[in-house]
Design a protein around this ligand. Structure first.
Ligand code: C2E
Ligand code: MG
Ligand code: MG
Length: 397
């Protein structure tokens, strides 16, 4: 292992002037389609003698002073230039970069990024900002900056989720749209049941919060497969590729062969979403029916989504679920789902009007039957997916 060197602030200042900092890019893959979908820019300090200093040897020192702001500014400017080259090769790629808490103590970085977006130097949906929980220290200022950036369409990722001290409350208070689960949990997959459970619960939670999940530190195919089963959407790790300098990243992009796409985890999520919806709907109906007064639906807390295109299953069906649209079982799901929503609406109105108990139980029974049809259709889709997967494997072997 390389010995840590004593690094001073003035060494780093000199290195910045001499342009010794470089960006390496580590690819990210969509675990739904198997295609490359992004890359994380990671800083390296390349000394004139060719020695490469890893970020953990100097970023923590830079973070002790305002100098980290200079580094992040440099990273962003370099990334914008590199992005033009990357985008010309593959326009589906978005690039993320890392920031520190101090980058949001004032508006400098935020204004630079907003200027770049306003002057159309960069498309806001093509960059992502990764922040760690240290950001939560300077609450008001940092939150203002991140809200501004999120409002102009830049996705904000919470990096290293699960390692810091922030509670789950923080997650809902900040404008995060991506959750990057720390490597620690990915590495613990094989040996620790607890880590596995935490990982599954985190993926499920991110899904409930409409956040994308990125798993970092995928070092083998088995881990990639297990994460797909858990419903993780994006993967990053040495098994896909180590971070590469731009001149190696570009050929990597050009020659990339898609990885296995096995969106089985998404189907499990859809099944869970549906069961949750049905339970909430029946609970709501029983509450309305037993209530002394007639309650307005719009005033109810936690009312399940009544429109079939807007519930979680519907959003999945008409968006990510489209990866299944070549399968007959995909189209067979739509009608039972629409019917289910119609009965759901009917049930709530009847319960709201304090209908006869017999009518209420009939409607609940009817709803449950339609719900079974939806689950059967999802199951059929899952079976078709397994068959498709199996024939793919046979073709390869
Ligand atoms: P991070 O943002 O969590 O980045 C992921 C780190 O995990 C990277 O280390 C990456 O090389 C490493 N990694 C990715 N896949 C694997 C894997 O499969 N196995 C193993 N063992 N490691 C993997 P790296 O490049 O050394 O960066 C370390 C940390 O330094 C980053 O963690 C980030 O917190 C920080 N950092 C890197 N670049 C910057 C930067 O430009 N600005 C700031 N503020 N921090 C940076
Ligand atoms: Mg990161
Ligand atoms: Mg990380």
């Amino acid at each position: 292992m390389q010995k840590k060197q004593n690094i001073s602030l003035s060494d780093m200042k000199q290195a910045l002037i001499s342009q010794e900092f470089a960006l390496y890019y580590q690819p990210k893959v969509s675990m739904i389609t198997g295609e490359l979908c992004g890359a994380e820019a990671l800083i390296r300090w390349i000394k004139p003698d060719g020695t490469i200093v890893p970020p953990m040897d100097f970023i923590p020192i830079a973070e002790q002073s305002q100098f980290i702001q200079e580094i992040t500014k440099y990273v962003f400017q370099k990334l914008v230039i590199d992005f033009a080259i990357i985008n010309a090769v593959n326009s589906n790629i978005s690039v993320s970069f890392n920031t520190s808490g101090k980058d949001f103590y004032d508006n400098t970085l935020t204004d630079i990024i907003i200027d770049a977006v306003n002057s159309r130097i960069i498309d806001p949906s093509k960059i992502e900002i990764e922040v760690t929980e240290t950001i939560l220290v300077d609450e008001v200022q940092a939150k203002g900056c991140l809200n501004k950036l999120a409002n102009i369409g830049i996705p904000i990722a919470m990096d290293d989720f699960g390692t810091g001290h922030s509670g789950l409350v923080e997650l809902s208070k900040w404008p995060f749209s991506i959750l990057k689960i720390d490597q620690k949990f990915i590495k613990g997959l094989d040996d620790s049941t607890k880590d596995r459970e935490i990982l599954q619960a985190s993926i499920r939670m991110a899904h409930q919060l409409n956040m994308d999940v990125v798993a970092e530190g995928i070092e083998d195919q088995e881990t990639y497969r297990v994460l797909q089963e858990y419903g993780c959407k994006i993967g990053q790790g040495y098994w896909i590729s180590k971070p590469l300098p731009l001149h190696e990243f570009i050929p990597f992009l050009k020659n990339f062969n898609n990885l296995p796409a096995m969106p089985i985890g998404l189907l499990y999520m859809a099944q869970l979403d549906h069961i949750q919806w049905r339970k909430t709907l029946i609970d709501t109906a029983l509450f309305l029916h037993s209530s002394d007064e007639k309650r307005e639906l719009k005033n109810l807390r936690g009312l399940p989504e009544l429109e079939h295109t807007c519930c979680k299953l519907g959003k999945w069906y008409y968006n990510t679920g489209r990866v299944f649209q070549h399968m007959q079982s995909y189209s067979q799901l739509e009608q039972p789902h629409i019917k289910l929503h119609n009965i759901g609406k009917e049930l709530l109105v009847a319960a709201q009007n304090h209908c006869e108990m017999g009518e209420l139980t009939n409607l609940i029974q009817n709803l449950s039957e339609k719900s079974l049809k939806v689950l059967e259709a999802l199951q059929a889709l899952e079976n078709d997916l397994h068959v498709e997967q199996y024939s793919e494997i046979e073709k390869v072997s």
